[in-house]
Design a binder for this molecule. Structure first.
Ligand code: TXA
Ligand code: MG
Length: 321
């Protein structure tokens, strides 16, 4: 497996050759690292599912290089979608739209809809625009595990399974994109992510009823996901820690230390954006320590804090499928 500097043209050209040959390549985005294939090549996309041990029922996000490519791959783009595109693309917002026939069924797991986003990371955009085709990409981690935000995470997690990683530095947001679909009265949030509910609601109305009829359930909505290997328990305070053979993931600088052997602080000042950026990498580090359990302190469920808590809650539901 080759790790190359994604900011160099020669690296991007190499990655484009691999993608055109039907191979898969890991690349940086502003949210987390993705594992990409030519979205229009079913055979290549199948390799993503294999490398991640991902169930075929779990659809992939299609990444585009220009906002107007959305008309090539979506059958219909509602006016609310146009508003969101203007406000948030390029960036960490995925829109679920009716798909055009050109998008292979393996990408959407047979659904009539496709998730589309235009990433803002310079290397991701350069790659997609050099390929001149959309890239289907989930996060570059084994299915169900914590998402990678550093090139070293990808190298460890997918060792021997992929030919190349484009290094684009650490992910800025550190939390996946927000996923929304369109309803009669407004938008529905399938997965909280890097764009906050508050920011979306300045632009469009948010509705809360899930639509079961169109099969829109997103595996990001499975109760157990994004989980470390060790059991994880969410706590209000350090007093709930019962064993020293544990790790503690603190939101902000602690006034009183827990009895845990290892402690990691997401943001000393309690800044939610900084906490999000450090979230997955801190979990990965704590997960490598020889402890029985990881305790995680609640974070305020405002702004990107909602996305952090959504992931913590899922991570704490080991065994619940
Ligand atoms: O930030 C991100 O979104 C990252 C980077 C690489 O772009 N990607 C990512 O992909 O998080 P993944 O596959 O780990 O999560 C994508 C989620 C899945 O839970 C999938 O079910 C949902 O998007 N999804 C994709 N297409 C969908 C569709 N047509 N309907 C419902 N959910 C969909
Ligand atoms: Mg994922």
């Amino acid at each position: 497996m080759e790790i190359v500097n994604g900011f160099e043209d020669s690296s991007v050209q190499k990655a484009v050759r691999l993608l055109n040959d039907g191979d898969i390549v890991a690349f940086p985005t502003e949210t987390v690292y993705g594992l990409g294939a030519d979205a229009l090549n079913s055979y290549a996309v199948a390799k993503i599912f294999e490398a991640k041990s991902r169930p075929r029922l779990d659809p992939l996000i299609v990444h585009i290089g220009q906002a107007d490519w959305v008309f090539r791959y979506a059958e219909h783009v509602p006016s609310r979608a146009m508003k969101l595109i203007d406000a948030f693309w390029p960036g960490p917002l995925t829109l679920i739209l009716q798909k055009q026939a050109i998008i292979p069924d393996i990408v959407t797991a047979g659904l009539p809809t496709v998730g589309i986003r235009m990433p803002s990371h310079a290397v991701a955009l350069k790659l997609i625009n050099a390929l001149q085709k959309p890239i289907a990409a989930p996060s570059a981690n084994p299915f169900g595990y914590v998402s990678p935000t550093k090139v070293s995470h990808v190298a460890r997690m997918l060792k021997g399974k992929i030919p190349m990683i484009l290094d684009g530095g650490d992910s800025v947001f550190g939390i996946e994109s927000t996923i929304v679909s369109f309803r009669e009265r407004g938008i529905y949030i399938h997965r909280h992510g890097a764009i906050s509910e508050e920011d979306l609601s300045k632009c469009v109305e948010i509705v809360h009823e899930a639509n079961t009829a169109s099969g829109c359930r997103s595996p990001g909505e499975l109760p157990y996901h994004y989980a470390p290997m060790k059991p994880l328990k969410i706590v209000h305070s350090v007093d709930e820690v019962k064993t020293t053979n544990s790790s503690f993931l603190a939101f902000r600088k602690l006034e009183k230390l827990p009895i845990s052997r290892y402690v990691k602080v997401l943001s000393a000042t309690g800044d939610l954006k900084e906490a999000a950026a450090n979230f997955f990498s801190s979990l990965i580090e704590l997960d490598r320590e020889d402890v029985d359990i990881i305790y995680a302190e609640r974070v305020p469920e405002i702004g990107i804090g909602k996305a952090i808590m959504e992931r913590l809650k899922k991570a704490s539901k080991r065994g619940v499928k």
